[in-house]
Design a protein around this ligand. Structure first.
Ligand code: MRU
Length: 369
């Protein structure tokens, strides 16, 4: 997508062909900064400390992290160590494990001397595939938006109001985004979309990242506090909720940023369609019950007790919200049961959030396939 008019991805190989450049998302929205990763340890830190985040981008960064590791030492021992360290950086997004499995399968059979070049090639393939997958999600989601817009337009509406949670835009992927890809495609198709952006406490990925990228792309949007969505839905001001996911189970349960479940409940109560956009690698075919089986990341409570922002003098600073001595807990994700999801938007099409729905799009996953 575009940053100040310049086509930009979130991760790319540096000009010297060795390092890997990323957008340091901890500096957004106030500063656009590129950080360079040179080692496995750099990649580990970038994922763990959320310089990069969002399920697909975590996967792509881990793939490049593996390439950086084997560039320095292409032995079996280092390959396995890189896998172990990278897979432990964030527990919830399944794309991380998927990308590392893919890298390992490509590199393991090769003699060490061939591994570094192959690792960069494979990581680039994962990144390019992510872009193509998300563009296809955008087209499939556009069909949903187009249908709803026709209905709303016939009822006299002058814009289509979407609500999204967290950041599932291009900053969460290599390019295009998942939940926001259909929004960008709708904008290109001339549909007057407007996005309600949940701020998404505690790290505020909505307020700082989704707003930033919608702003760069010129998509009309309004940032709201996390608690406002239900009120807007009760007053007919949301036509469609669309979110991303960090892990979707084989039966269509959806794990996404904490607070997503409450939006799905409010959507159900108000008859608002609730769609989830996801690439195939986000599906965890090994589990069914998301509430029981998906590990929920717990992050540092300081993300709850403190808030970062730009002060009037222009400096970005953190302030403490809570009284000294009040404990806090910081769950990163929650699970929205499939029964609350209107449909899953994938690169292969849109399906019901159910085992049969997913298998209709991914028939190679049928037990008898
Ligand atoms: O903790 P984050 O910022 O990595 O969480 C990101 C999300 O929850 C996104 O909604 C999700 O990864 C889907 S992104 C395409």
């Amino acid at each position: 997508m575009n940053v100040e008019g310049k086509p930009t991805r979130t991760i790319w190989v540096a000009a010297d062909g060795l390092g890997v450049d990323i957008i340091d998302q901890t500096r957004l929205p106030h500063e656009f900064a590129v950080a360079r990763l040179d080692t496995l340890e750099d990649a580990e830190q970038a994922i763990r400390d959320m310089w990069v985040r969002g399920a697909p981008l975590i996967g792509a960064t881990a793939a490049y992290g593996m390439a950086l590791a084997v560039r320095a030492d292409a032995s079996d021992r280092r390959l396995d160590e890189a896998y172990r360290r990278l897979v432990a950086t964030r527990p919830t997004a399944i794309n991380l494990r998927w990308a590392l499995d893919d890298m390992l399968a490509a590199l393991r059979p090769l003699p060490p001397v061939m591994r570094p070049a192959a690792a960069y090639r494979q990581a680039a393939r994962i990144a390019d595939d992510d872009v193509a997958i998300n563009a296809a999600i955008g087209e499939n989601g556009l069909a949903v938006i187009r249908r709803l817009w026709k209905e709303r337009q016939a009822a006299g509406a002058d814009r289509l109001n979407l609500l999204t949670h967290c950041n599932a835009g291009w900053l969460a992927t290599v390019d295009w985004g998942t939940a926001l890809a259909p929004v960008y495609k709708a904008q290109l198709a001339g549909i007057p979309v407007h996005v309600w952006v949940d701020e998404t406490r505690p790290r505020n990925q909505g307020a700082s990242l989704t707003a930033r990228e919608l702003n760069w792309q010129g998509v009309p949007h309004t940032v709201i506090v996390d608690n406002a969505g239900g009120h807007l839905m009760q007053h007919g001001l949301v036509d469609l909720c669309i979110v991303g996911t960090d892990r979707t189970t084989a039966s269509g349960d959806v794990c996404n940023k904490i607070g997503t479940y409450l939006k799905a409940l409010a959507a159900k109560d108000n008859g608002v369609p609730f769609y989830v956009a996801l690439p195939g690698p986000t599906i965890d075919w090994t589990i069914d019950d998301g509430i029981k089986a998906i590990p929920i990341e717990e992050r540092n409570p300081s993300e709850v007790t403190h808030l970062a922002g730009r002060a009037d003098d222009g400096r970005v600073t953190a302030v403490q919200l809570t009284p000294d001595g009040s404990p806090a807990i910081n769950y990163g994700f929650d699970v929205t049961p499939a029964r609350l999801v209107t449909g899953l938007i994938t690169e292969r099409g849109v399906c019901p959030a159910s085992r049969d729905g997913l298998l209709s799009l991914y028939p190679e996953r049928r037990p008898d396939a």
